[in-house]
Design a protein around this ligand. Structure first.
Ligand code: ACO
Length: 402
């Protein structure tokens, strides 16, 4: 095996590494991050180039199959995804069962979990043909599910996908279209959303991806593993941060506090107040994704005609943080989600949907990592050790004697 693990095994010692700050759980050829230099590459390609030149569907192909597709490979892949966007009518009925104001994240993970019941042949993780089908089904159906979760929360009717449209076009139509009239695709919105999905597409062994791998290491199928990943993403320290940022900006705007007062609360760690959208386990330098998002946020907001006072608050917070010892010493910079919420809001998505959009973006990464894990002969079931700190052995006391 790999060095220290086998050494420790022989000596009977275990390492205690809470939060896995120094422990690798796998080898991977998917994504490279140099957190000190602020570098992110998918399959070797810099995120800046992919964000500028690629598309979400092409990037998904790259992550999953390891190379940029030829024109023929890309059109076959695109067409295959377009053919699988429909949800089974019985799955569609699930959306009636959830409460009207259901949060779309648990709706998303529940529906993905349910895919295993509609495709029982998907259960064997070593059946390559089925894994391929599950891959396509997930890529095609997650946007439909996400849009339906959104419509459901508004009490609006569910549209059928239009398979002549590309993935992001289809998604915006399903989310915002009206069955009584033609939906006019907004190319500015589609392009911006596509780029945001590319930026979120993978990030090596983050909390949700590690969850996907861990669940999959027990040989659970792709749907079960991805459903678990969606749950892991939902927390405010992970994917939930994008909606937490917007809640924070609105709270600042609506309160009597100015930006400086809020920052003082953060630095005093008042009731665990954090500057949401700041800090990262791996980046100790500007998150390269945040740099791209920041550059386009301004442009997109004005493109959509929605210059926002919340953007001014965000920029002011960043400005203070960049020159404040508390943040400088701890190397806290904006992460990808500091500015994304403002863009999602300008597009018309409610705050609750932001983390769902993150999930849509992260999906190809989860799939790529799950497939890498299942095909890696070195994979073992994930089973961390512990350091026991409980009671020593003691005898059972009968209930009357306690
Ligand atoms: N605001 C204020 N202080 C912070 C912040 C923050 N956003 N982030 C970290 N710190 C402080 C901590 O209080 C700690 O200070 P201390 O040394 O005085 O105790 C120090 O910086 C180190 O922080 P940790 O929590 O130990 O760092 P960790 O690597 O465990 O956490 C995390 C990383 C979870 C991202 C954290 O920075 C955070 O909570 N950020 C806000 C939530 C957020 O934006 N999450 C999105 C992450 S990226 C993503 O999933 C897309």
């Amino acid at each position: 095996g790999f060095g220290i693990g086998s050494l420790l095994k022989e000596t009977g010692l275990v390492t205690l590494d809470s939060g896995f700050t120094n422990t690798a759980s796998c080898t991977s050829a998917v994504t490279y991050i140099d957190g000190d230099a602020g570098v992110l590459r998918y399959r070797g390609y810099p995120i800046e180039q992919l964000a500028e030149k690629s598309t979400f569907v092409e990037t998904s192909y790259l992550l999953i199959y390891g190379h940029l597709p030829s024109a023929a490979e890309l059109s076959a892949f695109t067409e295959r995804i377009q053919r699988h966007t429909l949800l089974h009518e019985d799955l569609k009925r699930f959306f009636d069962g959830f409460p009207r104001d259901a949060h779309p994240m648990p709706v998303l993970s529940s529906a993905v979990s349910a895919l295993s019941t509609f495709y029982p042949n998907s259960l064997n993780p070593f059946d390559e043909e089925q894994v391929e089908l599950s891959t396509i089904r997930l890529l095609a159906k997650l946007p439909t599910i996400a849009a339906y979760a959104h419509r459901k929360s508004l009490g609006q009717p569910l549209l059928y996908p239009d398979n002549r449209l590309g993935l992001v076009e289809n998604f915006t139509r399903l989310a915002f279209g009206n069955p009584a009239e033609d939906y006019e695709i907004d190319p500015v919105m589609v392009k911006a959303l596509d780029q945001l999905l590319v930026l979120h597409a993978d990030h090596e062994q983050n909390c949700s991806t590690s969850t996907v791998r861990l669940v999959g290491s027990g040989q659970a199928n792709l749907f079960a593993s991805v459903s678990a990943g969606i749950h892991a993403l939902s927390g405010p320290l992970h994917g939930g941060a994008n909606s937490a940022v917007l809640d924070m900006l609105e709270a600042i705007r609506n309160s009597d506090d100015d930006v400086d007062t809020f920052m003082t609360k953060v630095k005093n760690k008042e009731k665990g107040v954090r500057l949401m959208g700041f800090g990262h386990r791996v980046y100790k330098n500007y998150d390269p994704r945040a740099a791209i998002v920041k550059k386009t946020a301004d442009q997109i907001l004005s493109g959509l005609g929605k210059r926002d006072e919340l953007l001014d608050i965000a920029m002011r917070l960043e400005e203070i943080a960049l020159h404040d010892d508390y943040f400088v010493e701890r190397k806290l910079y904006p992460n990808v989600d500091f500015y994304t919420g403002l863009i999602y809001k300008a597009m018309g998505f409610p705050t609750k949907m932001f983390t769902v959009l993150f999930a849509l973006g992260r999906l190809p990464g989860w799939i790529a990592q799950w497939r890498e894990m299942i095909n890696d002969p070195a994979t073992k079931i994930g089973r961390p050790r512990q350091v026991y700190i409980g009671e020593g052995a003691r005898d059972y006391t009968e209930i009357g004697a306690r």
